[in-house]
Structures are given as C-alpha cells and as structure tokens.
Design a protein around this ligand. Structure first.
Ligand SMILES: NC(=O)c1ccc[n+]([C@@H]2O[C@H](COP(=O)([O-])OP(=O)(O)OC[C@H]3O[C@@H](n4cnc5c(N)ncnc54)[C@H](OP(=O)(O)O)[C@@H]3O)[C@@H](O)[C@H]2O)c1
Length: 269
C-alpha cells in the first residue's frame, strides 16, 4: 500500500489524516496517511530514511515548510515564489517540493465561496510563509490591486520586491492603511492563536467586502468578529482552504481530483 504522512511538530492535532482518508475512500484508492511528529533537527535524516523505505509523499506543516526547501531535489514554481513547501512528491533520487496552499486558498474563495478576485482590491494582512504563499496565485487571478501589509514594516517591502517579476504587489504597514477600502481582506497573521487581532484602522471594508481568515476554529474568531462588527458583508475562516490544499496535494500524488464539498461539510459538523 502506498504510504503518505504529514510531518510537523506538533502534529497530533492535524486534520490531514482524516481528510486524506476520506479522499482515498471517495476515489477508491487504497493508501495509508499518517501524522508524524518530527523535530527540526530530525527532518533531513527522516526524509532520507522514509525515501529509502518507499514512502510516496508528505505534507509539511509548522515548523518545516521553509527548512525543507533546501532538502528538495527540485521545486515547483509555486514553491519557489512562496519560499515554502507544503507537499513533497517522491522522485527516484529524492523529493520534489510543491506548495498547494495558494491554489487551495484561491479555489476556496473563487469556487466554494463564489467570490471572484479578478478586478478586486485585495488586502493581505501578514508577511509570513502563509501570506507569501497566497500572493502569486492571487496575482494570477488579475486583481485590480494587491496590497500586503504587516506589523513589521520591512517584510512587505522585501516580499513585493522578490515577487516583482510576477506582478505589482503594493507593500504597506497596518497603520498606514487608514482611509483605504478593500473588496477582499485576508488575515494571514498568526495573531488569532493568542486570541489577538492585528492593530488595524477602521473602515477597511468596501461595500460587499469579504473578510477571510486563513485560520480556523477559535484562532479565526478575533479577526472575523472584528470584521463583522466593521461591516464586512461576508466572512469565512480557512477550513475550506485546508481541505482544498489537501485536494491539490492528493491530485499531485494520485492523479485524481477528489470532491472537497463532502469532506468540508463533515469537518464543519
Ligand atoms: N487554512 C490553511 O490551510 C492554512 C495554511 C497555512 C497557514 N495557515 C495559518 O496562517 C497563519 C500564518 O501562518 P504563517 O506560517 O505565515 O506564520 P508566520 O510565518 O509565523 O507569520 C506570522 C505573521 O503574523 C503576524 N503577526 C503575528 N502576531 C501578530 C499580531 N499580534 N499583530 C499583528 N501581526 C501579527 C507576523 O507579523 P510580524 O512579521 O510583524 O511578526 C507575521 O506576519 C497561521 O496561524 C497558520 O495556522 C492556515
């Protein structure tokens, strides 16, 4: 049986084993998908050993998404522009690194939520790996404007400069957004994990705007509650993105695209 796993630390909370078990059952494939806790200093050795043992692929979660870049034989364009890898596909001599987070985000917003990004003013809050990972796929949707804003002011400048070849990304800081309005505001910060909200000016939401938090569960609540109170017309957490990025990885591994709606509905229940 082909074997896959999510590697992280911590990883026991991961929903990926359940999601991939449902995908496999749905398309009638027999495979094993587990969650393995791997410390940062064990990652290189573990990937060599697991390759030797015949494993077919992995998902990476915190804290491995950036460190694994240097351990890949080849990288997709998406992994290079994201500066992070969340999916490994087996090669004869090692691992091919890909990043399905951005594609998963765009599919959730455009297809599941039915909110086109084309021609929209889009604001991404945060400048970590997750923010960086969604920028190139958003640019490919041809928004009217794509702004990246962060608490730490130098990171957006650096990211916008490094992705300049892909299109125009406007670097800002959170407090300099005063007076601006956006059609889609995406919280890609980790502030919600501590029950916090990035410090933001009021009235960021244009009429009809979507507020989207990459986090889900309690970590999404501070931003989504604030967005609702600020008049955002629609809100969504990132559970759909989680399922969609998993479906992208499953498709890379198995060449078959699973249905995401029933799995997302089960997770919501
Ligand atoms: N749904 C999904 O499938 C999915 C996929 C990937 C990630 N995520 C979620 O996305 C979030 C970000 O992940 P990441 O990997 O990008 O994390 P990261 O690399 O650690 O970056 C964290 C970002 O959050 C900002 N931040 C943290 N606390 C803040 C606060 N109190 N106020 C303002 N900004 C704050 C940081 O700003 P500074 O630079 O100023 O420190 C930084 O830009 C995580 O919570 C993760 O769980 C979800």
């Amino acid at each position: 049986m082909d074997r896959y796993a999510v590697l992280g630390q911590p990883v026991a909370h991961s929903k990926s084993p359940l999601i991939h078990a449902r995908f496999a059952a749905q398309v009638g494939e027999k495979l094993l998908y587990e969650a393995y806790e791997i410390a940062p200093d064990e990652l290189s050795g573990a990937l060599k050993r697991l390759h030797g043992d015949g494993w077919q692929g992995f998902n990476l979660t915190l804290p491995h998404k950036t460190a694994v870049l240097a351990l890949c034989e080849s990288l997709s364009a998406g992994a290079e522009s994201a500066g992070a890898v969340n999916t490994l596909v087996r090669l004869d001599d090692g691992w091919h690194g890909d990043n399905t987070d951005g594609a998963g985000f765009v599919r959730d917003v455009v297809i599941n939520l039915g909110v086109p990004l084309r021609g929209k003013r889009v604001l991404v809050l945060g400048a970590g790996g997750a923010a960086r990972g969604i920028l190139a796929p958003i640019l490919a949707e041809e928004p009217a404007e794509l702004v990246i804003s962060n608490r730490n002011p130098w990171k957006p400048e650096e990211i916008a400069a490094s992705l300049k070849r892909l299109g125009n990304i406007v670097p800002r800081t959170n407090l300099s957004l005063k007076g601006d309005q956006y059609d889609v505001v995406i919280n890609a910060t980790s502030a919600g994990h501590r029950g916090e909200l990035p410090r933001l000016p009021p009235q960021l939401f244009a009429p009809g705007a979507l507020a989207y938090d990459l986090n889900y569960g309690p970590a999404a609540q501070p931003f989504l509650n604030w967005a609702q109170a600020q008049g955002a017309s629609r809100i969504s957490d990132g559970l759909g993105m989680l399922v969609e990025q998993a479906a992208e990885a499953f498709t890379l591994w198995r060449g078959l695209r699973p249905e995401t709606a029933p799995v997302l509905a089960e997770l919501r229940r």
